[in-house]
Design a binder for this molecule. Structure first.
Ligand SMILES: [Zn+2]
Length: 249
């Protein structure tokens, strides 16, 4: 890639905020370069060509100029490839989509390419746009942890292998532990064999199948906490979008 010419990228807009009179500051997840932060000059004007291509959750083809050594790029042109109108029409869809985007932003270093993470965010946003369900976010979180190198082993106790009993979740050490191997600090949440199976499903089954499973209110509440525990060791502070979701709830 030439550092002195704009680079054409396929990007999902993870976040977009106004700056100055009509500029937008964007956090992008690109297929080619991973996470990129860039300024889109005048993209906030209602007549701007880039207005739609720089809105949150859209997928766009953008020309990004990156100065060597600078963490901020500049958008010099582009076009909208895909947008999901349903992500803007209800609080649930908007908060779920925001949370996926914030999570990817927070668990990803700048400018480190990962086509798999790009595909993951595209697929998950498309699923939320079809019909929001918290299980999409749980699946996204577990799969993102794997791609980020923090994947959890969910097929038994980390120390002694397969077990058909309840196990303690120990995210800081990367999985589940039996009562014998869990230290006091690891005993945070006891995960039944049925929930262990749910976690394995979430990490692996096709997206369409996730929503078709039955999720009881108790299972939903428990899994919210469980996924939260899985993410905590990797987040220095809570996600803003998650706090907002909990306030809404
Ligand atoms: Zn064990």
């Amino acid at each position: 890639m030439s550092e002195l010419n704009p680079v054409k990228v396929r990007a999902v807009v993870l976040a977009s905020r106004s700056a100055g009179e009509a500029d937008k500051l964007l956090t992008l997840y690109t297929y080619e370069l991973g996470k990129v932060r860039a300024r889109a000059v005048s993209a906030g004007r209602t007549t701007a060509k880039l207005l739609g291509a720089t809105e949150p959750f859209v997928e766009s083809e953008l020309m990004v100029f990156l100065r060597p050594g600078s963490s901020w790029g500049k958008i010099t042109g582009g076009r909208l490839l895909r947008c999901y109108p349903t992500l803007y029409t209800g609080w649930t869809a908007t908060t779920e989509a925001s949370e996926l985007c914030e999570l990817l932003d927070r668990l990803t270093p700048d400018q480190q390419s990962s086509p798999d993470k790009f595909e993951l965010i595209c697929q998950a946003l498309a699923q939320v746009a079809r019909e929001p369900h918290p299980a999409i976010r749980w699946a996204f979180a577990l799969r993102l942890l794997v791609l980020a190198g923090f994947g959890l082993r969910l097929d038994g106790c980390l120390r002694c292998g397969p077990a058909e009993t309840a196990l303690w979740l120990a995210p800081a050490v990367g999985g589940l532990l039996c009562a014998v191997h869990a230290g006091r600090g690891d005993k945070r949440m006891l995960v039944s064999p049925a929930v262990q199976e749910r976690l394995r499903w979430l990490a692996t089954i096709p997206w369409e199948a996730i929503r078709s499973k039955t999720w009881s209110p108790e299972a939903t509440g428990f899994l919210e906490q469980l996924i939260d525990q899985c993410l905590t060791p990797h987040l220095t502070r809570p996600l803003r979008s998650a706090q907002f979701r909990m306030q809404l709830a």
